[in-house]
Ligand binder design. Structure first.
Ligand code: ATP
Length: 448
């Protein structure tokens, strides 16, 4: 099995990601995050949120959050350029089977499926249309947002005034976005419904370059700090012809997936494209009156926007791929068959889904089980915790390593005498004896 198939299989088997609507035959490119997947994704989002709203110390300016609606006035998508040709893929259609293909992905002149003749390339818009209210007319048409950031731009004045902010400042937002992707593929890499973690930095136009460089460095650091290996991350400077329609400068942060180098985040200098267009379409003056611009004097201008746009699903996938290891011959002492391969998911402690597992040494001793359940109840209010009594202790350690659980707590016969337990560390495999009453403090210390 190749690495991609192994990861997809692990995701399904251990409750990270399930194909959506599976009992109905599924729905192309839709996935559900299972019990471990939702914990991990929440951890990624929480880490990103803390990073952007709490820990960042840009040279100047404050940072606040926002949670805008998915459904917005459709004029927004006119102003943003998404309904124009800018947000469209060039497609060719087979005249015989009517299947569509991306023009730049297709090499031959006939349909790859049925050899039928192909049409000339046409633009195909990626916005997902929907209808508001009970009448399906053009008047009630709107779109599911294709990117979360537009909600930030149209709230520029609300945020500025309610929070009494000054340029520069940043707004962070996490939420779902939808695109009618023509070729969704590669598991959760490219789907039609996905989650973005977007950050918009509003700044003085002449300082845009400085802040572009600043945020670019910060975003790369985020992935490295969370354990992505340096050799699996690279920066692509995007040339003008390939840039998004709004971008003056753009880099893609790329990860080396099993299927090749692919974007996980984009950093864009969007200039005044968004605010000036929204001003034009809405008729509202979205310029900022700067009483103290860096150039001196007083100025009224459209702030430039530096955007960092990451995918929660794509980064989760990258973290999984990066953490996945196979240990030939087994890593636990209790493994008998040395030809066995053990899986270790070495996820960073902040994003790994389960922090602690509680395991009674054996399950046919009532007193051990009772004590283990007591310890589980004590810990589960503080950490994402799993109780497991099925199978040999070695097998249970392996099950936990496979999903990246940080610590396994074993309740054995000594526990019943002195109320101590063993705490096995996922990475060092060292087992330390700790008093049950100290567990919360010890684990919290380890987590820091
Ligand atoms: P791509 O070229 O891969 O389609 P993009 O350049 O259109 O991506 P952006 O519009 O810059 O992507 O979106 C920012 C981020 O949102 C991407 O880096 C990615 O992490 C995420 N993203 C975009 N489209 C999808 C999708 N279809 N499925 C999952 N994540 C996506």
């Amino acid at each position: 099995m190749d690495l991609m198939s192994k990861i997809i299989s692990l995701c399904k088997r251990r409750g990270f990601v399930f194909p959506s609507s599976e009992i109905y035959g599924g729905l192309e490119s839709s996935y559900d995050f299972g019990p471990l997947g939702v914990e991990m994704k929440n951890n990624i989002k929480k880490t990103w949120w803390s990073e952007m709203t709490k820990f960042q110390n840009p040279p100047a300016g404050g940072i606040v959050g926002l949670d805008a609606a998915i459904l917005m006035n459709p004029e927004i998508w006119q102003a943003s350029g998404h309904l124009a040709a800018g947000f469209a893929d060039e497609l060719v259609e087979c005249k015989n089977c009517h299947k569509r293909f991306k023009a730049d992905e297709i090499k031959q002149k006939v349909c790859p499926d049925c050899q039928g003749k192909l049409t000339k390339p046409r633009k195909f818009n990626l916005m997902m249309k929907t209808f508001i209210g009970s009448v399906e007319t053009e008047a009630s048409t709107t779109y599911l947002r294709a990117e979360t950031c537009q909600g930030i731009y149209v709230n520029f004045l609300n945020v500025l005034n309610s929070m009494r902010l000054k340029i520069p400042f940043g707004v962070a937002q996490i939420g779902k976005a939808f695109r009618n992707e023509i070729t969704p593929k590669d598991f959760i890499y490219r789907t039609r419904e996905f989650e973005q973690m977007e950050f918009q930095w509003f700044c003085y136009p002449k300082e845009a370059k400085k802040y572009f460089d600043y945020w670019k460095k910060e975003r790369i650091k985020w992935y490295l700090n969370l354990g992505i290996k340096k050799q699996n991350l690279r920066i692509k400077e995007v040339p003008a012809v390939e840039r998004a329609h709004y971008a003056r400068q753009q880099i893609d942060i790329e990860y080396k997936f099993p299927f090749g180098w692919q974007e996980i985040e984009g950093v864009h200098n969007r200039g005044d494209f968004d605010l000036s267009n929204h001003a034009k379409y809405s008729g509202k003056d979205l310029r900022y009156y700067d009483e103290d611009p860096p150039a001196g004097g007083k100025e009224k201008y459209f702030p430039y926007i530096i955007e960092t746009s990451a995918g929660a699903d794509r980064s989760l996938f990258a973290f999984l791929c990066d953490a996945y290891q196979e240990v030939k011959g087994g890593r636990t002492k209790t493994t008998k068959a040395t030809k066995e391969i053990e899986i270790l998911l070495k996820l960073d402690k902040r994003i790994t889904p389960i922090k602690v597992a509680v395991l009674p040494l054996v399950r046919n001793k009532l007193k051990l089980v009772k004590k283990a359940k007591e310890v589980y109840r004590l810990l589960k209010a503080h950490f994402v915790c799993q109780y497991d009594e099925l199978g040999s202790i070695g097998r249970r350690y392996r099950r936990q390593d496979e999903v990246g659980t940080l610590w396994c707590i074993t309740i054995d016969f000594d526990t019943l005498k002195d109320d101590t337990v063993t705490v096995r560390d996922r990475d060092t495999m060292k087992q330390e004896r700790e008093k049950t009453v100290d567990l919360i403090e010890v684990l919290n210390k380890n987590l820091k």
